[in-house]
Design a protein around this ligand. Structure first.
Ligand SMILES: [Zn+2]
Length: 103
């Protein structure tokens, strides 16, 4: 799990930039699902590829979204190391456990 120790003391800007990159990647995966599935379907039909290509794409895409979602849900507070948002569905301005302010 990524904590302040991972990035060095007092370097929380990199820590929170990493969080924002995770969030952007998750949004891109979410919004890109239909265009990517359409492209794979088109290529599978055009190139007469096995149907298994589509199943592999689905498994990899959903797996990536699941992993990113869990990483963001369990994002650790750089101050106390516990999950920053607890069970809240969104990322609050302050850590739920120690009150550390998010950047
Ligand atoms: Zn905290």
């Amino acid at each position: 799990m990524l904590t302040e120790k991972t990035f060095g003391l007092g370097d929380t800007s990199r820590y929170w930039r990493s969080y924002r990159l995770h969030r952007i990647a998750l949004v891109v995966l979410f919004l890109g699902w239909i265009p990517a599935a359409s492209l794979v379907d088109f290529l599978q039909r055009r190139l007469r590829l096995p149907v298994a290509i589509e199943y592999v794409m689905i498994i990899l895409w959903l797996g990536a979204m699941t992993i990113l979602g869990f990483r963001m849900a369990l994002w650790a507070c750089p101050n106390c190391g516990r999950t920053f948002r607890g069970l809240l569905p969104f990322l609050p301005r302050r850590c739920r456990h120690c009150g550390n302010l998010r950047q």
